[in-house]
Design a protein around this ligand. Structure first.
Ligand SMILES: Cc1cc2nc3c(=O)[nH]c(=O)nc-3n(C[C@H](O)[C@H](O)[C@H](O)COP(=O)(O)OP(=O)(O)OC[C@H]3O[C@@H](n4cnc5c(N)ncnc54)[C@H](O)[C@@H]3O)c2cc1C
Length: 410
């Protein structure tokens, strides 16, 4: 079964017109590890396993990056939808702070180690993030978050309304600037990671849906839609939100989100350093720029998982997102329009943390569930944790993301 993950005019595929194509499965296959899904989470996993000496296969029923990874707006932030001071309340200071540093380190590693090794340039640009209080009552949220980030050692600067105006042409009761985030083209990133894995001998297959036939102490058997059998010692399910069709994770919630990408704009100099912008309200508006001078704005999440209901709202959401751009950047009135707009299903976990699932009913398998607004950042480090675990290396962090996690709060 195929889930309707997104609808509309997508921007990222238009930036990379002739991506590498991969064959479909046309025979029975055997391998050490099979990765199901070639979105950004499967691509990260393939990248992590490419030099381990294991025989690895990646299979996708669509083409590479054609699931949620093409609907992604490509903001890489160490801050999560669940703010640090909130995470500390839920999970205790050490666990929450460690989790935030893991997110931060994942972005740094992407910049320093991963991107330089790719043959496809994913347009990664390091950007500061501007987080603002949506109204007077939310000022306290920014203050608390600022204190929590500073205490944990992050580079954060508190901004009074007049100081905020040096960055963007509008002011709110309070704001904060953080360093260490980045913007990326998620589509090119996924292709780049997959290409790097393929260059190291990982076998990539597209247009082949697979179904779990059997998982036991011996390994995992998958059946393709064409009736071929794939036999693997281990399986890593990185099917994105469609993983819920293989194993239902009770912590996961599926909702809907919206985004637009504007026309190319002549001048964005009123938006200092094109800092990435987001706010304290929930759901929140967020914005970034693109390598070719457009604005990406997203938000207006709806609590529906029904794609028909989700898509009925695309036109009105486009209008609201454009209106928000004009209210933030009045200079653009009359000049700005949406060249691309789409809706997408969007999942997060009830408790705010991503999950590595290992379920008794599916032995020898990992489920990479990087759900939440930081899906790419989560995939970057969860894939590494899974790869290390699979290679028999111990990592304390692994259990923090277990679907059976028990937190010790202070
Ligand atoms: C509007 C919107 C904006 C977002 N913005 C951001 C953002 O700014 N930053 C961020 O980090 N995250 C963002 N996200 C979240 C992000 O898109 C996801 O976290 C991420 O793309 C998920 O990647 P994935 O590889 O897990 O899933 P997908 O990209 O969906 O990949 C899963 C793949 O598995 C394949 N598959 C599924 N079932 C099977 C099967 N049975 N057989 C074979 N193949 C199968 C699918 O075809 C698919 O290609 C956003 C999401 C939306 C909707």
């Amino acid at each position: 079964m195929t889930m309707d993950l997104k609808t509309g005019r997508l921007y990222w595929p238009a930036t990379y017109k002739e991506p590498q194509a991969y064959p479909s499965v046309e025979a029975d296959l055997e391998c050490d590890v099979v990765i199901i899904g070639a979105g950004v989470s499967g691509a990260c996993t393939a990248y992590e396993l490419k030099d381990t000496g294991l025989d690895v296969i990646v299979i996708d029923k669509r083409t590479v990056a054609a699931g949620s990874s093409s609907a992604n707006t490509g903001l890489l932030q160490f801050s999560n939808d669940q703010l640090l001071f909130e995470a500390i309340r839920s999970f205790g200071e050490k666990a929450a702070v460690d989790h935030y540093w893991r997110c931060y380190d994942a972005i740094s590693r992407l910049r320093d180690e991963i991107v330089p090794s790719l043959s496809v340039d994913p347009d990664l640009i390091m950007r500061d993030s501007l987080f603002f209080a949506s109204n007077e009552e939310e000022k306290e949220v920014v203050e608390q978050e600022y204190q929590a980030l500073k205490k944990a050692g992050f580079d954060a600067t508190y901004l009074e309304p007049d100081e905020m105006e040096k960055w963007v042409p509008f002011k709110r009761p309070a704001a904060m600037l953080t360093k260490g985030d980045a913007e990326v083209n998620p589509y090119k990133l996924t292709y780049g990671l997959i290409q790097a894995a393929a260059d190291s001998g990982v076998r990539i297959f597209e247009q082949t849906e697979v179904f779990l036939k059997k998982a036991d102490d011996e390994g995992v058997l998958l059946r393709t839609e064409g009736g071929y059998i794939i036999k693997a010692k281990k399986a890593i399910f990185s099917q994105g939100y469609e993983t819920q069709e293989t194993v239902k994770e009770k912590n996961a919630v599926i909702e809907s989100s919206y985004a637009i990408v504007t026309n190319q704009l002549k001048d964005l100099s009123f938006w200092k350093d094109n800092v990435m912008i987001w706010e304290s309200a929930r759901p929140y508006f967020y914005a970034r720029s693109t390598a070719d001078g457009r604005i990406v704005m997203g938000g207006l999440d709806e609590r529906t998982s029904d794609p028909d209901k989700r898509d009925q709202m695309i036109v009105s959401k486009r209008k609201q997102l454009l209106a928000e751009i004009e209210s933030w950047f009045p200079q653009l009135k009359g000049e700005v329009q949406a060249d691309f707009e789409w809706s997408g299903s969007f999942a997060h976990m009830h408790d705010g943390q991503p999950v590595i699932g290992q379920y008794d009913r599916v032995p020898n398998s990992y489920f990479l569930l990087g759900y939440g607004g930081n899906g790419i950042v989560y995939s970057l480090f969860l894939s590494k944790l899974i790869a290390r675990h699979l290679m028999g290396e111990k990592d304390e962090a692994f259990s923090f993301y277990s679907h059976e996690r028990v937190y010790e709060t202070t």
